[in-house]
Ligand binder design. Structure first.
Ligand code: HEM
Length: 428
């Protein structure tokens, strides 16, 4: 288990050493914390041997990157992630796109000023009144999902609760067709993103090739909704784009709505499964939140810190610079290791899971930072809170079902944290 492995070594005088790790590896995907500890101790800004990639593992250094979006670009599509550094330099000479919405890439792959226009176009999704008005539906969906298995006294929580709740919530909030939830669920395969360039050709070939089908689906959904608008975010976003630009920009809308659908469901499903796993693993913390529901929001924040669903993201370096005193050249990629920063020296007893830890929400890197900080964090926090309240109410005395230990291991993906499956029992 992650916490055991991390806590054991330093006490024994055997702090983990960078030289003992190969990144990425199945061992790191299973439990990254000893590797993160070695990174922070030995090289908090670490150049991956023989490559133009730097792993950044401390909160302060990540914030330094986030404060300079003009140097650390999100236009990662400029370069093939697998291309050598020399090729990157060539494309980096290209001028930045001008105009309004000049590229079809999503806001998470855009820089200023284009990024702020795209982000503004999605603001109504996270209007506090809108989210509040969706909370009753989130609670109803959570209860209906539990109605489906409550009589059994056991469940595989990811597939029967966490993932469908996350999908159905984003459908409710954004206006995507809930009747297609099984299609959306079939897309959730834990695809590796920028981390692709660390994979071997064999691993790359094994990556799911489902993107084409997704794009076709989202395009058809947008065209249908453009022709038949309803009273929801999706229809509004389409109408606003047409009103602004004079005609429909299908590639842009497809990218953006695909992002909302994917980003809006995958990580939240991970959070919900992580909450139940960590509370069962820490019975003292479970007892506290069962006895006092005012601890629920703090528990959600601490789960996000302790098992950060999005472990890392990347930026492309646009000019020679430095991070944490280390020279980082133009054309390099930097990986912000959010999962490592969430256990760095910012925190007292960082390896301890403590739902009463102060100021977690303010300091946590779980949603990133700066101009690209998670747009949907208010949705994720409301959904996490409601999911935990309903689970505590309905799934009494939760415990791991015997015989499924291997399923609880992390999904085979170093960019994400969540159990592959979570078989639990409860008092029916
Ligand atoms: C527990 C759940 C979630 C986690 C842990 C999470 C995490 C993150 C992180 C770390 C980023 C920053 C990426 C970067 O550094 O470039 C991000 C961006 C983003 N997230 Fe989330 N997210 C969650 C839920 C959601 C939800 C519910 C939505 C719904 C709309 C959403 C939409 C987005 C979008 C659109 C961006 C891109 C923002 C930008 O580039 O300006 N996320 N998320």
């Amino acid at each position: 288990m992650a916490s055991e492995a991390t806590q054991a070594d330093p006490v024994a005088g055997g702090a983990p050493r960078l030289a003992d790790f190969s990144f990425p590896s199945p061992e790191i995907a299973a439990c990254p914390y000893p590797f993160y500890q070695a990174l922070r101790n030995e090289a908090p800004v670490y150049q991956y041997p023989g490559r133009n990639d730097f792993l950044i593992s401390r909160r302060e250094d990540i914030l330094q990157v986030m404060r300079q979006p003009e140097i650390f670009s999100n236009r990662l599509y400029l370069v093939d992630p697998l291309s050598p550094g020399a090729d990157r330099r060539e494309v980096l000479e290209a001028p930045p796109p001008g105009g309004i919405i000049s590229t079809s890439f999503t806001l998470s792959h855009s820089d200023l000023p284009e990024h702020s226009i795209k982000r503004q176009a999605l603001r109504s999704l996270i209007n506090p009144r809108h989210i509040h008005s969706c909370e009753a539906a989130m609670r109803r969906i959570a209860n209906e999902l539990i109605d489906g298995f409550a009589h059994r006294g056991e469940v595989e929580l990811r597939s029967e609760f966490a993932n469908p709740l996350a999908i159905l919530t984003i459908c409710e909030v954004a206006g995507f067709p809930a009747e297609d939830k099984d299609t959306f669920l079939s897309w959730r395969r834990g695809t590796i993103n920028q981390g692709r360039r660390f994979l071997t050709p064999e691993q790359l070939a094994a990556q799911p090739r489902e993107m084409e089908g997704r794009v076709q689906y989202v395009e058809a959904m947008i065209l249908d909704r453009a022709a038949h608008p309803r009273d929801d975010f999706l229809s509004e976003a389409i109408q606003a784009q047409i009103a602004r630009d004079g005609e429909i920009n299908l590639p842009y809308l497809t990218g953006e709505m695909g992002l909302v659908l994917g980003a809006g469901s995958e990580s939240t499903g991970q959070l919900i499964a992580n909450m139940m796993r960590l509370l069962i693993e820490h019975p003292d913390q479970l007892a506290k939140v069962v006895a006092d529901r005012s601890l629920v929001p703090g528990a959600v924040d601490e789960v996000l810190r302790y098992e950060t669903p999005v472990q890392c993201t990347s930026r492309l370096v646009m000019e020679d610079t430095e991070v944490g005193g280390v020279a980082v050249p133009k054309g390099a990629f930097v990986l912000m290791m959010y999962g490592a920063a969430n256990r760095d020296q910012t925190w007292s007893s960082p390896e301890e899971f403590n739902i009463e830890r102060p100021a977690v929400r303010e300091l946590s890197m779980a949603f990133g930072a700066g101009i690209h900080r998670c747009l949907g964090s208010p949705i994720a926090l409301a959904e996490g809170r409601i999911a935990l309240e309903v689970m505590l109410e309905r799934l009494k005395n939760p415990r791991f079902a015997p015989g499924h230990e291997a399923d609880r291991e992390n999904i085979e993906n170093f960019e994400k944290r969540a159990p592959k499956a979570l078989h639990i029992q409860f008092d029916a």
